[in-house]
Design a binder for this molecule. Structure first.
Ligand SMILES: [Zn+2]
Length: 255
């Protein structure tokens, strides 16, 4: 029996966090504080009052425009709020009310922020990825099947594989192929998911990236420009798939 009230509360909670993630995605690459000042329109700089800053709903009743200058608000803002709202619900259905839900939701929030910053600016800020390697090493305490050993193995496997790829590429081509940001991102994913998770993520992320590239070339007009999409979003998607389906997919593949 689905508890609709609880589902709604979890969704609203997630959507509010999503609203904050939008602020992080916009401000962290610009090196602005994520706390002060309050929300403002990036075009007319006017402050956004709280009643115009309600996740999803404000976008609807403002009809997707700034209340002051009428500049269109990108549809991405409410979409990220919806996406962030859905995850606490899915995590709750999968894991029940356990600390695991809190851990994975924090992890997914960081992945959403990193993916969109990487998509917009082709960088993964160290100020997020490096502290998060340490923060998500707490998986050893939150996730039953993780241990300090699996955390360390995850970090060094994740960071190590991509570091080797980047190093070899640099030696062969004398230009940088893979950004250092991806190395730290995969180390962070390794801290949270361990060696099994990090290998799954790398495999799934590469597969998704390849399919997306082929799809873009074959079916999208001017699809070549989509090939420039960085690796971060695909790695993040791979890690999220691991949280929900990793065990079942690994079992299915092996047996
Ligand atoms: Zn405005």
């Amino acid at each position: 029996m689905i508890d609709y009230t609880l589902t709604l509360i979890l969704f609203i909670f997630g959507a509010c966090i999503g609203s904050f993630l939008n602020v992080c995605i916009f401000r962290i690459p610009e090196k602005l504080s994520i706390v002060f000042p309050g929300s403002f329109c990036p075009i007319c700089k006017k402050n956004i009052p709280f009643y115009c800053n309600i996740p999803i709903l404000s976008y609807l009743f403002l009809r997707g425009r700034c209340k002051n200058c009428k500049t269109p608000i990108p549809i991405r803002y409410p979409l990220i709020e919806i996406l962030t709202g859905i995850f606490p619900v899915f995590l709750f259905f999968k894991f029940g009310f356990t600390p695991v839900v809190f851990f994975w939701f924090s992890f997914i929030c960081v992945l959403i922020v990193i993916s969109l910053i990487d998509f917009d600016h082709q960088i993964i800020p160290d100020i997020i990825s490096i502290p998060c390697i340490f923060i998500f090493a707490s998986s050893a305490f939150f996730i039953p099947e993780m241990s300090i050993k699996s955390v360390l193995l995850g970090i060094f496997t994740g960071g190590g594989i991509l570091y080797t790829v980047a190093f070899v590429y640099f030696k062969l081509k004398k230009t940088q192929g893979m950004g250092g940001g991806d190395i730290k991102l995969l180390a962070m994913i390794g801290a949270a998911t361990g060696i099994k998770g990090v290998l799954f993520t790398l495999f799934t992320g590469s597969l998704l990236g390849t399919f997306a590239g082929i799809f873009a070339i074959l079916f999208v007009k001017g699809g070549n420009r989509y090939l420039k999409i960085p690796f971060g979003p695909y790695l993040s998607a791979g890690a999220i798939i691991y949280i929900f389906f990793g065990e079942s997919l690994i079992q299915w593949y092996l047996y």
